[in-house]
Write a protein that binds this ligand. Structure first.
Ligand code: PLP
Length: 389
């Protein structure tokens, strides 16, 4: 008999919204190639352009600033370009700065060579170390333009970064800012100009759209990266290849459902707060065998949907297997790097004890989570702890 599953891993991939699914089915049944001139092609083009409008609205940009990609990883590779086209002319950037807690798609540096990349430190609170960052930028030896890439919210801890302050520092020094808004999207406001982003990346499957769609949003359509994928002139010559019309349709609907509708976060905050309160009651330390509960980033500004917690003495990988057998899906560290048992680079950068980092479990909730779901987790977690004693 199959176990009824409880899905608490929205930061890895959120379940598909029914409205997004419906739009995808319709697109699959009716749309042709968005570049064809006949009725089916025009239909596909209308679906893509409608989604582009929705993404523009969502990010506080015009549709002409939205470039569809296969996901945020591809959008990051496209944006991380050491040569930009500014008003049709090439502009070389001499350095890339990324924070130590970035997703691997940013940490890997895109097309910037290793020799011209710097990793920026974060504080124990999981925030970019602003004074250190300011110093690094002030001490740059050249006056050449550069790029900084920083996430708006972290995928493992949910901790929100001081993007506006960073944007001011970057722009005053003549740099460009790439914001990874993948996890923040749909959870806090994501507005390009409010944030001061020159480039912004988004992923469909984190906001209830399908996997296989993402976007790079340009702060100014006159400032573009060099394309990676060349061929037909799709996506304003920046990303050649036939558009994934159905995935883009679902992405557009999901973005539209998030636009200006962050009210559901109140319910999520309520569920999260109850959950963390109960978790504290369950996780009592036992002598030197098991440490006290640590909620990572508890005192920092963080996303309402993410709880990353640790109990020293517990092995997160073993706990995940036990929870999985009980029908519960959660993560330890980020799902993109799971399968490899490595201490999280995010928690390591925050200076957390190895024992704590090794035991960290991430519970992330979203549009379809009820209190019954978090209660099921707590029951399974409690019985796991009992079995350990
Ligand atoms: N950035 C962050 C913060 C993420 O959490 C992820 C995925 O987990 C990505 C980028 C990559 O997104 P995608 O799966 O669309 O490539």
């Amino acid at each position: 008999m199959s176990v009824k599953r409880t899905y608490l891993d929205y930061n890895a991939s959120a379940p598909l919204l029914p409205e997004a699914r419906e739009a995808m089915v319709q697109a699959i049944e009716t749309a042709g190639n968005a570049s064809s001139v006949h009725a089916n092609g025009r239909n596909a083009r209308a679906v893509v352009e409608n989604a582009r409008d929705k993404l523009g609205e969502f990010a506080g940009a015009s549709a002409a600033q939205v470039i569809f990609t296969s996901g945020a990883t591809e959008a990051a590779q496209l944006a991380l370009s050491p040569v930009l086209q500014v008003k049709g002319k090439d502009l070389s950037l001499d350095h890339l700065y990324v924070s130590a807690i970035e997703h691997p798609c940013i940490l890997s540096g895109g097309r910037f060579d290793e020799g011209i990349r710097t990793i920026l430190p974060v504080t124990g609170d999981g925030m970019l170390d602003l004074p250190e960052f300011q110093l690094i930028i002030a001490n740059r030896s050249t006056g050449a333009p550069f790029m900084v890439a920083l996430m708006l919210a972290n995928n493992e801890t949910g901790i929100i970064q001081p993007i506006k302050e960073v944007a001011n520092i970057v722009h005053d020094a003549g740099g460009y800012l790439l914001v990874d808004a993948v996890q923040a999207a749909g959870r806090i406001a994501v507005d390009m100009s409010e944030l001061g982003a020159d480039f912004l990346i988004l992923s469909s499957h984190k906001i209830g759209g399908p996997q296989g769609a993402g976007a790079l949003v340009l702060g100014n359509k006159e400032i573009k990266p060099r394309p990676i994928i060349r061929g037909g002139g799709q996506e304003f010559q920046l990303r050649a290849g036939t558009e994934n019309v159905a995935a883009i349709a679902g992405f557009g609907v999901a973005a539209n459902l998030c636009t200006g509708q962050l009210d559901h976060m109140r319910k999520i905050i309520y569920v999260r707060d109850r959950f963390e309160k109960d978790l504290k009651t369950i996780c009592k330390p036992i002598g030197n065998k098991r440490g006290p509960l640590v909620i990572i980033g508890e005192n920092s500004e963080r996303l309402a949907n993410t709880t990353c917690f640790a109990v020293a003495g517990i092995n997160a990988e073993t706990a995940l297997i036990s929870l999985d057998l009980d029908g519960i899906s959660v993560s330890s560290g980020s799902a993109c790097s799971s399968g490899r048992v490595e201490t999280s680079h995010v928690l390591t950068a925050m200076g957390l004890d190895k024992d704590i980092a090794k035991s960290a479990i991430r519970v992330s909730i979203g549009w379809n989570t009820s209190e019954a779901d978090t209660k099921r987790f707590l029951e399974a977690w409690s019985s796991y702890l009992t079995r350990l004693t």
